[in-house]
Design a protein around this ligand. Structure first.
Ligand code: HEM
Length: 244
């Protein structure tokens, strides 16, 4: 609906049918795909804590350049900056699809009730979680960006418990998994044509399974950091660095 309005505006104002809406749609898809795939990678790197503290430490050092024989946390900051830029571009192009006034929001809700179409409801969940991610994601990205040397089995756990980040992470995890999985589902039905209805419902089932898996996986990871953070409080070792 928004792209139809954009098209009409382009035609009336500029006198021709602009390609801008299609370009913006493409940018939104590419940046969304990048972020969703990054999140899968992120979940696995962060969850190395489930294997052992030592393994998570080694992975942290790998991202600081241990592979090239260096130890430079700024490399992590550079990577966070890249993800942050993609995050901002994605949010900027996506925001044009949000209802911009209460009357537009009401019109959308009554449209939703009338249609009773599950994919339209998914759009609504994605808009709400996307809005939440603007705040939740920004806090996390900024903290990691300016504290690249404070990533590790103990430093991360202290941030989760003593730094009270567990509360933010619970909401962030739910929002990012809902947003990312619905986004990937919508991307797949948008760019790949499924003539067969059966295939579409199988794809839906696959994404529901993925969502459930990542929520369980993420919760276990968060719990592992929380346990270490609590242990550090008990041992009076909060703020100390893990040493191999
Ligand atoms: C390059 C960018 C990023 C880096 C280096 C990074 C790094 C980390 C690290 C080290 C942790 C462990 C806890 C801690 O140290 O505070 C963590 C946790 C977490 N991060 Fe990120 N993060 C990045 C981007 C993101 C983004 C864009 C999101 C979502 C919008 C996100 C969502 C989460 C969640 C939900 C957790 C909690 C752990 C879990 O439940 O699995 N991160 N991140």
């Amino acid at each position: 609906m928004n792209s139809i309005i954009e098209g009409i505006v382009d035609k009336t104002v500029y006198g021709h049918k602009s390609r801008t809406p299609a370009k913006l749609d493409f940018i939104q898809s590419v940046t969304g795909l990048f972020l969703a795939l990054f999140m899968w990678g992120h979940m696995f790197f962060v969850s190395t804590i489930l294997v052992s503290e030592e393994f998570m430490y080694d992975v942290t050092k790998f991202f600081e350049g241990s592979f090239f024989g260096i130890e430079e946390p700024l490399i992590v900051s550079g990577f966070v900056l890249l993800v942050t830029i993609v995050f901002i571009v994605h949010a900027t192009v996506a925001i044009r699809k949000m209802p911009v006034s209460y009357s537009k929001y009401k019109a959308y809700r009554s449209h939703m009730k009338m249609m009773k179409h599950s994919d339209t409801n998914l759009w609504f969940i994605q808009a709400v979680t996307g809005f939440a991610l603007l705040f939740l994601g920004s806090v996390h990205l900024y903290i990691i960006l300016v504290n690249p040397s404070e990533i590790g089995p103990w430093a991360s756990s202290d941030r989760v418990v003593s730094g009270m980040m567990w509360l933010l992470y619970i909401f962030l995890l739910i929002a990012v998994e809902l947003h990312g999985t619905i986004g990937l589902y919508r991307l797949s039905v948008k760019w790949i044509s499924f003539k067969n209805r059966n295939v579409r419902s199988r794809i839906k089932f696959l994404f529901i399974t993925l969502f459930t898996y990542f929520i369980i996986h993420g919760s276990m990871t968060l719990w592992a950091y929380a346990e270490i953070g609590l242990r550090n409080i008990e041992n009076g070792t909060v703020g100390e660095k893990y040493l191999k």
